[in-house]
Design a protein around this ligand. Sequence first.
Ligand code: TYM
Length: 326
Amino acid sequence: MKRILTGLKPSGELTLGSLIGAIKQCVSYQKDYESIIFVPDLHAITVEQDPKELKMRIKKNVALYLACGIDPEKNIIFLQSENVYHANLSWILECNTYMGEASRMTQFKDKSSKKENVSVGLFTYPILMAADILLYDADYVPVGIDQKQHVELARDIANRINNRYGNIFKVPEPLIPEVGAKIMDLQEPTKKMSKSSDNYKGTILLLDSEKDIRKKIASAVTDSEGKVYFDKENKPGISNLLTIYSCLSNLSIEEVEDKFKDYNYGNLKKEVADIVVEKLTEIQTKYENIINSNMIDEVLDKGKNLSIKMAQAKYEKLKEKVGLTR
Ligand code: TYM
């Protein structure tokens, strides 16, 4: 059976973008694939975190995975920092990655240009991500478009290691949704909706209240044309709203365009808000039952043991081939 693997870092609250770009894909693939979803907490500390908040967000991430429909019977769910093989493998991979290729990562260029004290971890972050993927022989990695370049780096590293040391790693492929690979910020619809955004009004969090969701969507930036149709270039705000509706209703963009063709922007926003509220309320109700239950620890304990077994076998195999042995 083919295997999928993904992770959402707990560096901020999960957003509608996280749900549509990654979690929703995992939920729909989990019946056909062996599935692994983890919390990349080591990735979160590449930028400064408040330890108490980080601890809380780790728990929240797991509760949200489950509340969004990730089935603990069908998925291995674990915490990255509880499995030492991720950081160990990452080191060997770093020694097989060129400065040039790591320097080409656009997310690093973008993030580091906005900060003064950039950690080395932020630079090597995609290599740790490659370790996450390669340890488990993942066939597919469900991600939004912003992570595509990182999965491609993981492929390049896997191919290099396979050429140098024999066939060790499966070469993974990114799995990017046709619609919803990049949900945009509601206030700046040419930018990705991001959990680390300073613009609170542009991002819908999975745990936002109904009032906040409605307010944020009502004040989403649109354009002055007054006609509803999909045109990413010239109508990024309206196209983003149509995309959100399409992803949550499982209607195609064409069907959604047709449904709303005679609507004004106010009415369109109202219907988009209705469906977002409906979906997120469902998730939040489940979340409330999970967040204070034993379920999170049970799931993480089970996932920790399983993931360590799988990762250890792969790591030991490479270690031996590299000559790190007596
Ligand atoms: P992260 O935590 O930034 O985002 C988690 C996932 O959500 C997707 N995503 C979006 N998709 C569509 N529209 C958006 N606005 C949006 N915002 C986020 C991201 O593409 C991602 O799939 N490096 C990864 C975490 C990671 C990982 C891994 C992922 C660590 N190791 C191994 C896959 C496999 C990250 O920072 O994603």
